[in-house]
Design a protein around this ligand. Structure first.
Ligand code: FES
Ligand code: FES
Length: 211
């Protein structure tokens, strides 16, 4: 499943020239705390480092469309799309599992493409169209894949289900439904701890018109 890798890690030069609390920790972790701590404090920069730590985190204004609704938000530049949805916009249908790109629980569509929202920086989404599980139904009418999950009894605890459905919608839109094996392959980034895979595949097949 396509993902958005984070590319905002500071370079070594940035770390060494503009120490902040976060980069200070990164440096001490990477090359050995005692040496670097000594070097920084010997330079008389302890007070400066403390002052730097009090600086507000860089933030940005972002305008995007979520489930057809235009939103303009100010976000800490480090905020993931997942946290923007859940913590700031109260769209808690999208689930946080691993928060590291490994489980697919956080899958949403960005401009029609499946992404792991835990790995997608909100600040990069200027002008984007985001669709979450809350945006699939039309009033009381469920999306056909939502209905298929019910018809096929394709969940137990339900925690992975929003991500499975969003990934299934993407899978169908991409045309990767030629066989159950193809569906399994293209849904393989979505983990179900309850082991409902057989029924999830059936639900995708039903919606794609193969059953
Ligand atoms: S929470 Fe995003 S992939 Fe697991
Ligand atoms: S239904 Fe429980 S994790 Fe998938």
């Amino acid at each position: 499943m396509p993902t958005e890798p984070s590319d905002h890690s500071p370079s070594a030069a940035q770390i060494l020239t503009t120490p902040s609390r976060r980069t200070f920790i990164a440096v001490t972790s990477a090359v050995g705390g005692a040496v670097v701590v000594g070097g920084m404090l010997d330079g008389g920069s302890a007070a400066a480092a403390e002052s730097d730590a009090e600086q507000p985190a860089p933030s940005s204004r972002v305008s995007l469309t979520i489930n057809g609704k235009h939103r303009t938000v100010t976000v800490d530049n480090r905020t993931s799309l997942l946290d923007l949805l859940r913590e700031d916009l109260e769209l808690t249908g999208t689930k946080k599992g691993c928060n590291a790109g490994a489980c697919g629980a956080c899958t949403v569509l960005v401009d029609g493409r499946r992404v792991n929202s835990c790995l997608t920086l909100a600040v990069r989404l200027e002008g984007a169209e985001v669709t979450t599980i809350e945006g699939l139904a039309r009033g009381e009418r469920l999306h056909p894949l939502q209905q298929a999950f019910i018809d096929q009894d394709a969940f137990q605890c339900g925690y992975c289900t929003p991500g499975q459905i969003m990934s299934g919608v993407g899978c169908i839109q991409e045309g990767h439904t030629g066989s159950s094996g193809e569906i399994r392959e293209w849904m393989s980034g979505n983990i179900c701890r309850c082991g409902c895979y057989v029924k999830i595949v059936r639900a995708v097949e039903q919606t794609a018109g193969r059953k």
